[in-house]
Design a protein around this ligand. Sequence first.
Ligand SMILES: C[S@@+](CC[C@H](N)C(=O)[O-])C[C@H]1O[C@@H](n2cnc3c(N)ncnc32)[C@H](O)[C@@H]1O
Length: 404
Amino acid sequence: MSSMSSKSRKTPPGWHVIGKHGVFPKANHDETARFNFLTNLNMHVAQEVMPGVQSAYEKRARPRFESDKGRPPATRQEVRRLMEADPYYQTWSSLRRNIMEMRQQNGRSLAYRQWDQLNQKAADLNSGSTQLQLDPALPLPRYVSAVDIHCMPGCYYTEYCEDDVSVAANYDSGIFVTTAGMLGKYSDGGGQAIVAWLHEQAKQGFKPKRILDMGCTVGHNIVPIAQAFPETEIVAVDVAAPVLRYAHARAKSLGVENITFRQANAESLDYADGSFDLVITCMFLHELSSTALPNVINETHRLTRAGGRVLHIEQPQFTDDMPLFEQFMRDWDSRNNNEPFWGTMHDIDVFALMENAGFARSKLSSIGLTAVVDESLFPSAGDTDDAAEDYGRKPAWHVYVAEK
Ligand SMILES: C[S@@+](CC[C@H](N)C(=O)[O-])C[C@H]1O[C@@H](n2cnc3c(N)ncnc32)[C@H](O)[C@@H]1O
């Protein structure tokens, strides 16, 4: 994992710098203090506690394994089974899990305290709009309803009352704790990076007129694209109604007029073949089941016009050439953060799926994109790193690009 001297470490900005909008929940002093405490605890655990996990592995767990078995561990799963019995690892892992649970507690109580007002604000902003298209009859995929992804109670989809947006308000307010603001004021560093990529593409003549975003959640990453290209027609789909209500209200309050938010399953959409110039996904693929993933990739191929592009931004891969210990650490979320497809997705050859869907191998490429954030609020150390545990290093993602 990355190392950085304590001298060069920076602390995250306060939670209050988050970009506000028409449905953003209001926080009082104690709620703000809790988010700030959790953000800094998260950083502390990543920077100061986590290095000890590697020492525990190298000095204690692996030598014991080698003396018992006469060989080193051969897979990340073997490292995991070994480390799950180690008290230092247990401590670090419990702290990390607890921070996530406390983030959810704080975000939920914040949203619930002003539940009626938030739902009303969203309903007012959404009222009469043709750009919010919900489908209450849409079946929720089993892999979405089976688990509260990253420990979010109610996941993305639960509605506790009519017009409910509470799960979305929790997600939007709490994500800062996990990212320490490294995704920017509006948690849109990925979308801003796509905007920069699109400006580069435009120089080569690729200027999409219709864009599809699959699995948009609250619209963090599609809104900056809509703002940068107001003439472009954008469709953003998600299976979950509460996040779409919130996304539409949020976008409207930020002055965005060119996104239609639609409740639909990206595995099978009712648009005609070749309807879009560009199809994007942002941190979406790793939350799909191994059945849904190829279906979604097939839909991206079908829906992209000839000459169009597909772009998937994903979490950095762990790859076979990495030390097993690093692969094991990067797979932590699979078993401890309710991300059941995280490890599975990382084991899948996404390019092979894209080729099966019909893309020519010669038209597939992999690029690195780095979060584009407001440097005055979120100073970066300048360089990027896949692991990005050290605050001050911008998240760098793995990006799959296809040309049809
Ligand atoms: C990790 S979030 C994506 C984050 C979002 N793209 C962003 O940029 O902030 C995953 C989202 O995908 C949605 N989702 C999962 N399966 C889906 C499917 N088959 N079709 C459409 N949306 C889906 C979930 O409801 C959730 O909102």
